[in-house]
Design a protein around this ligand. Structure first.
Ligand code: SF4
Length: 385
């Protein structure tokens, strides 16, 4: 069994060269061949001595995961389905825009957080992805697209860790992958162009702020704890005030002057103007500790098992108006790739669930009053609509 070199950041690759009795600087050459040129065949790395190439071939290889399918949306979005073994399939999505190309990357096969509105969350959790499996998504997409567009320069300008999984619950494997993305000998992306999205794993946010403070997005989705406990179960461990304090602390190190809050708009669940006012009050309270946020309102992409509906565009606009009137930068995310189930919250490869999440979610659905969502406000009001 040889080692997959896609699993290393540059420092770890230098250690690997060292262990083979080679000079550490060889790692830089290797790293460039792999990540900048997209070459996986060691014999083609022609500025390395033949003896080194032969030695590497005995101990190492460069291999992405098999691609099960490549789907293309009418809007140019591309979704890849990768086979990561043992019956688990994961997804990555490329979203082209006029001024950037963004790759949405998965960090786990499934997810243990179990957010109610998320297709991945409904599948349960199988396992963490290895660094090589996280980086292979970028490696495959970048070099396939360069060949397709007949382009030498970078195609993927931004990476968002917003695919399947909670990246901060797979921190040990995530960190080297982020380092390779940022490395000038790798993908050379700036910290502003790499975003980690979290449902709020507070202690690991603190570690990320010290290790590699890339841009941060937080899946908020609710304006009070009662509602967030229901939508994002991790909230029971790290409630909203604790999460927002952690965001304010992160911001001191963040590459942007704001933290992005994601808010999925769910009809009659979290989309009333009362919720928007509650959100304004929450953000204002934490602004005193230096927190500055940008709200990203995401139209829900429905899937059958969720039992939830998308807010109307009038509801979204009314909600956005309250935030904008309060001076909070707010955008409504355009839905991309929904004709190939590649839109936000729709990624759901295929996962051998090792948890009882599907059962748990089914009983939570039963707990909803007569199938009608409960609108929870922090003042104790609960209204079925
Ligand atoms: S939204 Fe993110 S954290 Fe929540 S279940 Fe989906 S993948 Fe996991």
């Amino acid at each position: 069994m040889t080692t997959n070199l896609l699993g290393f950041d540059l420092a770890a690759l230098a250690d690997f060269c060292d262990q083979l009795g080679e000079k550490r600087f060889r790692a830089t050459q290797l790293f460039r061949w792999i990540h900048q040129r997209g070459v996986g065949d060691l014999s083609q790395m022609t500025d390395l001595a033949r003896s080194l190439r032969d030695k590497l071939a005995r101990h190492a290889h460069v291999q992405a995961m098999p691609v099960v399918s490549t789907q293309r949306s009418a809007d140019g979005t591309i979704k890849w389905l990768f086979d990561v073994g043992d019956g688990n399939l994961i997804e990555s999505v490329f979203i082209p825009e006029s001024d950037r190309g963004t790759l949405c990357v998965s960090s786990q096969a499934g997810c243990a957080v179990g957010c109610r509105f998320c297709s991945t969350g409904h599948q349960g959790f199988s396992r963490n992805l290895q660094t090589s499996e996280i980086l292979a998504q970028l490696w495959h997409a970048e070099h396939m697209l360069r060949r397709e567009f007949d382009q030498q320069e970078r195609v993927i300008t931004n990476v968002v860790m917003m695919g399947m999984g909670e990246p901060l619950q797979n921190y040990a494997q995530l960190l080297p992958a982020l380092r390779a993305m940022l490395d000038d000998h790798g993908y050379g992306l700036s910290r502003r162009r790499v975003t980690v999205s979290t449902s709020g794993v507070v202690p690991v946010m603190q570690r990320l702020s010290q290790d590699l403070p890339v841009a941060l997005a937080v899946s908020l989705h609710a304006s009070n704890d009662a509602l967030r406990d229901h939508l994002v179960p991790l909230n029971r461990k790290y409630p909203i005030d604790e999460l927002l304090r952690a965001c304010a602390a992160y911001q001191q190190f963040a590459p942007r002057d704001f933290i992005t809050f994601e808010y999925c708009m769910l009809d009659a669940v979290n989309d009333r103007t009362e919720h928007a006012h509650e959100l304004v009050a929450l953000i204002r309270r934490h602004a005193a500790s230096g927190l500055s946020v940008k709200l990203n309102l995401i139209p829900f992409n429905p899937f059958a098992a969720s039992g939830l509906k998308r807010s109307t565009s009038q509801q979204v606009q009314a909600f956005a108006s309250v935030l904008l009137d309060a001076g909070i930068v707010t955008t409504v995310r355009k839905t991309r790739g929904d004709d190939i189930d590649a839109a936000c919250g729709q990624l759901a490869g295929d996962v051998k669930d090792r948890t009882d999440v599907q059962q748990r979610m089914a009983s939570q659905r039963q707990a909803m009053i007569g199938g009608v969502p409960v609108v929870a406000l922090s003042d104790g009001l609960s209204v079925g609509r």
